[in-house]
Write a protein that binds this ligand. Structure first.
Ligand SMILES: Nc1ncnc2c1ncn2[C@@H]1O[C@H](COP(=O)(O)OP(=O)(O)O)[C@@H](O)[C@H]1O
Ligand SMILES: O=C(O)C1=C[C@@H](OP(=O)(O)O)[C@@H](O)[C@H](O)C1
Ligand SMILES: [Mg+2]
Length: 169
């Protein structure tokens, strides 16, 4: 236990912040997308293109099950859609403190404007895509989270301090 689990929309900074925490505060880092890419020896885009989203979601569930056994003092960032499955949300809760990294749709749109690696956001109409997905997902993020961190109001160090304080309370 004692793990930090980062959830939230694509572009909220889960991977970037998770890696930062790992380096700066000496925690082992896992990112479910990187884990899947390594295991499958291919990219997320390729998996979506050749096997489809459902197959990718199955890989996410498998990943969380594999991670949930032994981790301690780690930081784990998960793909933005991993919490869509109830079984995954339950496993994450058992893993540690679940932190919802939050950013506005406008901010996400800015951060993802040049992205080419997220299959659900390709093909134009980025703002509308983000808006529609956020509408489907925001309640799920809120429901899955032990705490919410506003990534637009705090530095990474402040975010980390808030998370640790919450874990100690
Ligand atoms: N707090 C932040 N402020 C500004 N830009 C950020 C912040 N966090 C992440 N980013 C940028 O947003 C993009 C997406 O970040 P990433 O960590 O891949 O998000 P996620 O893993 O949640 O999809 C990257 O270009 C990253 O540099
Ligand atoms: O929200 C989603 O459904 C997805 C988020 C991505 O991860 P990030 O949240 O790290 O961008 C990645 O898992 C895949 O493209 C699907
Ligand atoms: Mg990521």
């Amino acid at each position: 236990m004692n793990n930090i689990v980062l959830i939230g929309f694509m572009g909220s900074g889960k991977t970037t912040f998770g890696r930062w925490v790992s380096r700066r505060h000496n925690r082992k880092f896992y990112d479910t997308d990187e884990y899947i890419e390594k295991k499958q020896n291919t990219t997320i885009s390729e998996i979506f293109a050749t096997k489809g989203e459902e197959a990718f979601r199955d890989m996410e569930t498998e990943t969380v099950k594999e991670l949930s056994d032994t981790l301690d003092n780690c930081v784990i960032s998960v793909g933005g859609g991993l919490v869509l499955r109830e079984v995954n949300r339950e496993l994450l809760r058992k893993l540690g403190t679940v932190v919802y990294l939050k950013a506005s749709e406008e901010e996400l749109c800015k951060r993802l404007s040049k992205d080419t690696k997220r299959p659900l956001l390709q093909g134009g109409g980025l703002h509308e895509k983000i808006h529609n997905l956020m509408e489907q997902r925001e309640d799920i993020y809120l429901d899955a989270a032990d705490m919410i961190v506003d990534t637009q109001k705090m530095s990474f160090e402040q975010m980390y301090t808030a998370i640790i304080k919450n874990m100690e309370d």
